[in-house]
Design a protein around this ligand. Structure first.
Ligand code: FAD
Length: 406
């Protein structure tokens, strides 16, 4: 029952970001209530590939790259802290990750990107030739590779366990987690947050954190996100393969990620190409499974005989400029937005920490001006690309980015 409930902060959303915010806020002594419409990890977080990528995406904007590196490196440090102190293991492993180019032209793009990364002092990133890429990941189809970028500190985790690990620690610190509690709206009076409205009443609070990712625009006017349907599938367990985490972005066709999890299963994901008219439809359709399986057979011919044991669809958010939206919502005192970019697993820990810092201290250890959630207010309304899968969105973001520059 929500009646008569109150807390310092209400966090909306029980994904990796919401549970992280609840944990970090509770660790700072705040009283916290987390409201999740379904169950913990039932949104994108419980459905994702779990890859931890420090410099996700291919756009060459130097400020964005610099920012992403700072934020995601800080995030990795937080995961290492979690590993020392958390009760539940969320299987974070830094096994390295390849961002593979298919054509020679794409390889040229990677060379340019790496040059920019190096100029920012990123000495870890490496450019691998086709031969070197195949040495790292021998089961790739050689016809699908022209080279890659490689980062040793990338890797993967179990996203479902990450959410639960953070939720359990938040609860130990006194946070209350209300599952099956949908927030109908955020109560605002005279431009100040008063709490949230749920089915059976109002939960009063001084601060509200909107961590609902793809659903965030429906609760906060001025927040812009593109809901992107993505699918993932898991194979039967395989013997341990050499480092097997990769990303592959191929404009006009498909973008893929794959990683071998700690349990030995192979987790493969990519856009849900045959999406229905509703971009929030979380059902999976046989034709999209078949299409993705045919891609997988092309990328990994040696996996042809391997059985896929589960597949599903999830909805994640991209923003019009491809950057996270993390910070106070301008014009509404007490409302904080916590929406990562498309690589939420590299943001969850730090986003929760930043949220707690801002709410408790009014300042953050990493500047968040570039992530201002109000940056799209008053800008020309975006026309979403169609189809708006992750590939078309990334291309669209790169092409249209100038529209959002000051
Ligand atoms: C198939 C797939 C593969 C992916 N692979 C990767 C990957 O390998 N690496 C990576 O970094 N990222 C990946 N992503 C993206 C990643 O999953 C997201 O960036 C991340 O999970 C976002 O976390 P979140 O906590 O912000 O959102 P979510 O996990 O979506 O959490 C939002 C929660 O809010 C709840 N909610 C919504 N509305 C309300 C409401 N009104 N009231 C209460 N609760 C509400 C939802 O039920 C949901 O549980 C993938 C995504 C998908 C779908």
């Amino acid at each position: 029952m929500a009646k008569n409930k109150q807390a310092d902060v209400v966090v909306i959303g029980g994904g990796a970001v919401g549970t992280s915010a609840a944990y970090h806020l509770a660790a700072r002594g705040m009283s916290v209530i987390l409201c999740e419409a379904r169950n913990i990890a039932s949104g994108a977080s419980g459905r994702c590939g779990g890859q931890v990528i420090h410099a996700f995406a291919r756009d060459v904007n130097i400020d964005k790259i610099d920012y992403r590196l700072k934020v995601t490196r800080a995030n990795t440090e937080i995961y290492k802290e979690y590993q020392k102190s958390f009760e539940l293991d969320f299987e974070f492993r830094q096994v390295g990750l390849l961002d593979i180019s298919i054509t020679e032209e794409e390889f040229g793009e990677l060379e340019r990107l790496i040059e920019i990364q190096r100029s920012l002092g990123d000495d870890e990133i490496k450019l691998l030739t086709k031969k070197e890429t195949l040495e790292v990941m021998p089961n790739l189809n050689p016809d699908m590779v022209s080279g890659s970028r490689w980062r040793e500190s990338d890797g993967n985790l179990n996203p479902y366990k990450l959410c639960w690990a953070q939720a359990v620690e938040a609860q130990k610190l006194g946070a209350e987690i209300l599952t099956h509690t949908k927030v109908e709206d955020i109560v605002i009076e005279k431009n100040r947050v008063k709490g949230v409205r749920v089915k059976d009443g109002i939960i009063e609070s001084e601060y509200v954190v909107n961590a609902t990712n793809a659903w965030s625009s429906s609760l906060t006017k001025g927040m812009e996100v593109i809901p992107v349907r993505e699918m993932a599938m898991v194979t039967e367990r395989l013997p341990e393969l050499p480092p097997q985490a990769f990303e592959m972005l191929c404009f006009g066709d498909y973008a893929y990620g794959a990683t071998q999890t700690a349990s030995g299963n192979y987790n493969l994901g990519g856009p849900a190409p045959n999406y229905p008219p509703d971009p929030y439809d979380e059902r999976i359709y046989p034709e999209e499974v078949l299409r993705v399986m045919s891609y997988i057979n092309t990328i990994f011919p040696s996996l042809e005989e391997v059985s896929v044991i589960r597949s599903w669809v999830g909805i994640m958010a991209l923003t019009p400029d491809g950057m996270a939206s993390i910070g106070p919502m301008p014009g509404v005192e007490g409302l904080f937005i916590a929406v990562p970019d498309g690589a939420g697993m590299s943001y969850a820990g730090i986003t929760g920490k930043i949220t707690a810092e801002y709410i408790c201290d009014g300042k953050t250890s990493i500047p968040i001006d570039l992530l201002n959630p109000g940056r799209f207010i008053g800008k020309p309304k975006m026309k979403w690309p169609k189809p708006y899968d992750i590939t078309s969105c990334h291309k669209f973001i790169c092409d249209e980015e100038s529209r959002y520059k000051k």
